[in-house]
Design a protein around this ligand. Structure first.
Ligand code: ZN
Length: 79
């Protein structure tokens, strides 16, 4: 069974807390922005975690597994 916990940055996040995952990297134009180029993963109760493209994809994958996509992925030999 797929784990409902995924690691983002240095945090273990339960998948059911994720509201949405950014498709594009953050850009706000602020000079001292620490999040530029990172992908936002929005959590409930007004919170977010931030990650790079690779980890964002891993979280998306975990979400898809956890959400129980009924289609069998022919490329899925890893799990
Ligand atoms: Zn910003």
């Amino acid at each position: 069974m797929a784990s409902p916990i995924v690691k983002v940055d240095d945090k273990h996040v339960p998948l059911y807390r994720i509201v949405w995952i950014a498709d594009l990297p953050h850009f706000c134009g602020e000079e001292d922005c620490q999040r530029e180029g990172y992908y936002e993963i929005r959590l409930d109760v007004d919170d977010s975690v931030w990650t790079n493209a690779q980890e964002r994809d891993e979280v998306l994958e975990a979400m898809n597994r956890w959400c129980g996509d009924p289609r069998d992925d022919p490329n899925n030999g890893m799990y």
